[in-house]
Design a protein around this ligand. Structure first.
Ligand code: NAD
Length: 347
């Protein structure tokens, strides 16, 4: 099986590359990534060494239709993860989100149709539960299902919602063999330290306070990244064309609860919390009904249970200080420049 993944040098993508190569010995994988600020080739350095025959990195942009067409022509399965992914950045400047998440997805769909006019190849479009908007805090009975109407509230989620609609339109109009996944918040190793869990853990490791938005009552459903990767691979292998699958950890926590859990694990108390002005338009609660993927594909979030999974994640950042310190200092860009920019010059 030949997989093409877009955005495989990011948080979820790099975990997916590792999981797919380790769990499927018959699989080879090409990772197309533009290496934006959140793409870190250092996350896959060991994979390049361990799987030289089955793993290949290609530096490129999903908006390059010609390059995407030739890469898709060589693949059986396309996993589309490349995106601008940080809500706070989208509030500061939404345009890169439209360019990558909306225009980029349309370019990928154009390339898919050129490479595969008979719709033999399988596409999984990886999206977020944020497309559904938010839920009230006082209605714990309400969950997002696959038929919940879209109601995105940030430029990030609006751009992801648009990309989902484009994929759905291509399924309807051209009959492409695609499924969409909408997943809750992920946690685990190799997450860029601007996102809440690695930000808080790495701040504490440096003796700094953790910035908590508003009153901290906002609720998120937390899923371990490898549970997400397993679900995406199952959808690629066994999911039905045209179907959407919600993926969640059944693990709702308020941000305050998350913060206290991290403080406990890291041996600090609440004096390390710095309450900061709330995020503009901050969604109150996300909660996923994942019964469809559990019923149809037999998937379970078996690695997401707290406190063990959260503690293992905090320990990973404690044990891998070089990985995140090189991001915080900007040194991680040097690896990219040495490894890939030189190759482009033919050296
Ligand atoms: N992180 C989460 O909790 C979460 C939850 C649900 C869904 N998702 C979705 O999963 C996907 C991956 O998220 P993540 O957290 O790993 O993001 P990330 O920001 O860590 O990684 C994104 C990757 O995409 C690459 N990229 C960006 N623009 C590109 C372009 N134009 N061409 C090629 N590559 C490009 C980046 O270099 C980076 O490697 C996204 O589509 C996101 O919307 C994330």
């Amino acid at each position: 099986m030949k997989i093409l993944i877009t955005g495989g040098s990011g948080f979820i993508g790099s975990n997916f590359v590792r999981f797919a190569l380790e769990s499927r010995s018959d699989t080879s994988l090409v990772n197309l990534d533009a290496l934006t600020y959140s793409g870190n080739p250092e996350s896959l350095r060991d994979i390049e060494e361990r799987f030289p025959e089955r793993y290949r990195f290609v530096h490129g942009d999903i908006r390059d239709v010609d390059q995407m067409t030739s890469l898709i022509a060589e693949a059986d399965i396309v996993i589309h993860m490349a995106a601008e992914s940080h809500v706070d950045r989208s509030i500061i400047d939404g345009r890169p989100f439209i360019e990558t998440n909306v225009l980029g997805t349309q370019c990928l769909l154009d390339a898919l149709r050129q490479a595969d006019p008979d719709n033999n190849k399988r596409l999984v479009h990886v999206s977020t539960d944020e497309v559904y908007g938010d839920l009230p805090l006082d209605r714990p009975d309400l969950l997002f299902t696959e038929t919940t109407p879209y109601s995105p509230s940030s430029p990030y989620s609006a751009s992801k919602a648009s990309s989902d609609h484009l994929v759905r339109a291509a399924i309807h109009t051209f009959g492409i063999n695609a499924s969409i996944t909408n997943c809750s918040n992920n946690f685990g190793p190799y997450q860029f330290p601007e996102k809440v869990i690695p930000l808080f853990v790495t701040n504490l490791l440096q003796g700094m306070k953790v910035p908590l938005y508003g009153d901290g009552r906002n609720v998120r459903d937390w899923l371990h990244v490898i549970d997400h990767c397993e679900a995406v691979l199952l959808v690629a292998e066994q999911g039905k064309a045209g179907e959407t699958y919600n993926i969640g950890g059944n693990n709702e926590r308020s941000n305050l609860e998350l913060t206290h859990a991290i403080l406990d694990i890291m041996g600090h108390d609440e004096s390390m919390i710095e309450y900061v002005e709330d995020r503009k338009g901050h969604d109150r609660r996300y909660a996923i009904d994942a019964s469809k993927i559990q019923r149809d594909l037999g998937w379970e979030p078996s690695r997401s249970a707290w406190p063990e999974a959260l503690e293992a994640t905090c320990n990973w950042y404690r044990d891998n200080t070089a990985w995140w310190q090189r991001i915080r200092s900007g040194e991680y860009r040097q690896y990219y420049e040495q490894q890939y920019a030189r190759k482009q010059d033919g050296v």
